[in-house]
Every structure is written in C-alpha cells, then in structure tokens.
Design a protein around this ligand. Sequence first.
Ligand code: C2E
Ligand code: MG
Ligand code: MG
Length: 312
Amino acid sequence: MRHKSFSRRGVGLKSHAQLQHSELLLVPRLQNLDGEQWPTPHDLYTALGNQEFVLFYQPEIELATHRIVGVEALIRWRHPQRGLIGPAAFIPLAEECGLILEIGRWGLGEACRQIRAWKVMDPSLGRLRVCVNLSTREFAKEDICDYIGELLDEHSLDAMQLGVEVTETSLMTNIITASGVLNRLREMGVALLMDDFGTGYSSLNYLQSFCFDVLKIDRSFVNRMTEGNNAEKIVQVIIELARVLNMEVIAEGIETMEQYKSLTRLGCRYGQGFLLARPLPVDEVTQLLQLPGKILPETSFAYDHAPLRGIA
Ligand code: C2E
Ligand code: MG
Ligand code: MG
C-alpha cells in the first residue's frame, strides 16, 4: 500500500487546495504529532454534525460489455485539514464506540437520496443497483429493516434498487439477529450481497443458510490469481459455486488486464476494480452513468503501468 502525505507518526496537514479525491488516506488509525491517537470518538461525532462524510461510488461492470450494472457506495471523510480519509481509518473506531449506527443511517439515507436523484435525472437509471456496506453493529439491530423500509417509501424506490453488502464476519457475530435481518430484507426485495467472500470462516455454511443474490470474490484471490498459484483455481471454484447456487458473482479488486482476461476466461460475469473504474465522487460517477448504454470505453481503463495502489 502506498501512503501519501503523512508518516505513521505524524500526519502532515494539507491546505484545502491540496485536497484531491485521488489522495485517499488509507491507514488504520493515525497519530497526531504529539502521539495522540487520531481520530477520537469526539472527532467522529463532530464530523457527523459538520456533514464531513461523503459517499464515493465505484462502478460494478459487466466484464464482456463494459456496461455499468451497479455501483458500490463507499464512505470517505472529507476532513477540512487532513484531506480525504478512507474508511479503514475510522469505521473500526465508529464500530467500537457505537457511532457506526448514526454513520450507517446517514450512509443509507444518502445512498437512497442519490438513487432517487439519478432516477429523476434519467428514468433508465431506475434499474441501477446501488450497494451499501452494512457493518456488524448495524446488522445486529432488527430496526435496520424498518429504517430501510422507511427510506424506500420516502424516496419512492423499488427495493431491488438497493443492495446491502455484508461480510461473513458480521454474520458470525450475531447469527440469530443477522438471520432475522437478512430474511426480512429478502422479503422486502432488497438485494443481498456477500462481501469479501472466501475470507471468513464458514462461507459454505452461510451460503446454505441464507439466500444471497450475489457473491463478491474477495480481492485477495483476484490479486494473486495470475501468479500461477492456487488462487486462480479458488476463483474458478467460487464462480462455479455461484453458478450452481444461482447467484451472480462479482470479482473485486481487478487491477490488471491480465486479471480481467483470466476472470473473463473463467466465466466471471461481473467485476469491480481500479482497472475498470475507481471509487468516484458523485458528479464523476454521474458522468459515467450518462455514457451511451452506460458502457465504459476501454480507453478509460487504467492499464497495468498506472500507479494504483493505495489511491482510490
Ligand atoms: P469493501 O466493501 O470490500 O469495499 C471495497 C474496497 O476495495 C474499497 O476500499 C475500494 O476502494 C477498494 N478497491 C476497489 N477496487 C480496488 C482495486 O482494484 N484494488 C484495490 N487495492 N482496492 C480496490 P475502501 O473504500 O477503502 O473501503 C474499505 C472497506 O471499508 C470496505 O470494503 C467496507 O468494508 C468498508 N466500508 C466502506 N464504506 C463503508 C460504509 O459506508 N459503511 C460501512 N459499514 N463500511 C464501509
Ligand atoms: Mg463492499
Ligand atoms: Mg469487499
């Protein structure tokens, strides 16, 4: 991972003009120059009040046609001095201190408002699926379903336009509540995506117990699949598993043309990754959604030589 503009002990403060969306800070937690941990729960609370959180959207692409079939909403913190902060630096803390419930609600609300805005702009975008990541704690409270139901009503959305991404780890933490939440979301028609598939402990058990619409192959497999090791075989098996279980499959983290070609050869239908499109601010992703047929030109791909790592 390439880190820009800070050292692990000190974060250089940047001026507003220097804050670019391409310079995402992707570190677990930072320290101030005085060695204090940053951020604190109070910082998160203030950020929420000051509306400093934003959603970026990363396109999900049909590999054969380059058509955008959906987008994943990914939270960033646009800090007035420190720049754009990635979720790894604050989501774990938000989980720990409970603020994730507020942040998560904000994210769901913002995503639904955006789906409505896209639909008003272009009715054909009414079929675009927007996926939101749900954290362990959000998932452990059944009232999340009521809240999602209210948002769908408020913005006059079809439930199928919203997808929720959950990981095996968050399922595992409170399986009874999680199972109730998943079943209810399913009855409501919300799309269910299993995120980071293959990295948890009992993937097959969860696939047996819950009906997911989509499996997202974790990027650690995609990343290593062209290195001549077992990763490619694992990817192949996951694609086959999804096929027999009647699920869509999305490969995460496609960074090179070689990975793209291998995935296509293995019959993987959908993918997401820096090669195809990075997570983008709303105005930039809106421009992509307005391309004829929502088809990305191959000339827009970031080829292998591009400096990809650590930047979103
Ligand atoms: P995730 O849901 O698995 O999201 C995919 C992550 O992979 C994103 O990181 C995205 O920027 C990154 N990514 C996409 N393509 C590539 C690629 O080609 N190469 C590499 N190296 N990375 C790629 P991001 O945005 O930093 O998010 C990290 C995680 O934070 C997410 O993983 C998700 O678990 C969590 N997260 C993001 N937004 C939210 C949110 O609104 N709520 C909650 N609860 N969690 C969130
Ligand atoms: Mg995700
Ligand atoms: Mg993932």
